[in-house]
Design a binder for this molecule. Structure first.
Ligand code: CU
Length: 103
């Protein structure tokens, strides 16, 4: 049977593991900055002029991303400045989160 001390140790171990995990997931979902230059709601493709994306080791450029899901493009328009999360999925560059930073 566990005494109070070992329960306390177990809880601190869980807390430490949880914070290490959240630091890792933060690194993987690092937001990149960009500006929307084209949107196709039908195909879910969005062209973004983006700055450096450290999470996927990409220099600044203008390129097409596939929005996953494409509903994240709702409310966006050409010219909007955004923070976004990019990822590579089966050789396709996807954007999985978009936050508008200017109207
Ligand atoms: Cu790029």
């Amino acid at each position: 049977m566990m005494n109070k001390l070992s329960i306390k140790q177990l809880i601190s171990t869980v807390i430490i593991s949880a914070s290490v995990f959240s630091v890792t997931s933060f690194a993987q979902t690092e937001m990149a900055q960009g500006q929307v230059t084209r949107i196709d709601m039908t195909t879910g493709k969005v062209t973004i002029r983006h700055g450096e994306i450290k999470s996927i080791d990409m220099p600044p450029m203008t390129m097409v991303f596939t929005a996953t899901p494409k509903t994240i493009l709702e409310g966006l328009k050409v010219g909007d400045k955004i923070d976004f999360v990019a990822a590579q999925e089966n050789d396709v560059m996807i954007v999985k989160k978009v936050v508008k930073t200017s109207p």
